[in-house]
Design a protein around this ligand. Sequence first.
Ligand code: GLY
Length: 278
Amino acid sequence: MPPKLIIHGGAGKRPSVKKQREIQKALEEVLKGAYPVLLEKGALEVVVCAVVMLEDNPLFNAGTGSRLQSDGRARLTASLMEGHRQRFSAVVNIERVKNPIRVARLLQGERFTVLAGREATAFARAKGFRPYNPITKESLAEWKKRCGGIGPGPAGFRAGTVGAVAIDSKGDIASATSTGGVGCETPGRVSDVASPCGTYANGLVGVSCSGRGEDIVNAALAVRVATRVTDGMGLKEAMKLALRELGAIGGKAGMIALDREGQAMCLCNTEFMSYAVK
Ligand code: GLY
């Protein structure tokens, strides 16, 4: 089984051609930088590594440069699932942490694997994660424009959540996703990324989603695809059917997925979704 890594930079409205090129270049660089980790350390570590690199790039809506909630605060959510042990971990609405996915990685080894809010931040501090301000000049300006700086703003969405799915030479599969949310949302709103609806992996398939979190949760999107593949449906067919069903309830999203045969795929019912695969 040749190892494989697929990453995404979010589903949403189609950006300008210039922006698309910028996004694609960034994704290719992450792929190039992260791929050796897949060979050396396996699927779990490479999805973390790829998502860290994407969180560090303010082009994407995750980590540095994340969108802000309606009160002007960045609350970040990241999740990770290890397919072999079928273990999901996540931090939800964590604040002032540079790489939320690293905290989710740490939670893989804990008894309680999903932490939210102030307690998630306190856990990260106790584990040595230094305070870090992920708000950039651009994300602040965007918040001022979209939310007017007061109260809840429009519930739009854009490309920019990031994710990765990998299979290593042992056949182990892992998935990871990280997001700043939709922007201008009610403070404390919980993203799909906080649950297996947005990030899922088992021994046969891994999925990472992007799009309107509420839609992804309503469709249980990642789990829906994984269950169908586990029950014998082909990956592409399972993804297409899940998106059709999502569309039937008015949902908009996209996903990357990879199966045990090494098929890697990206599908969406949004205008655009960026991805790269190696
Ligand atoms: N899919 C990202 C979010 O809705 O928060």
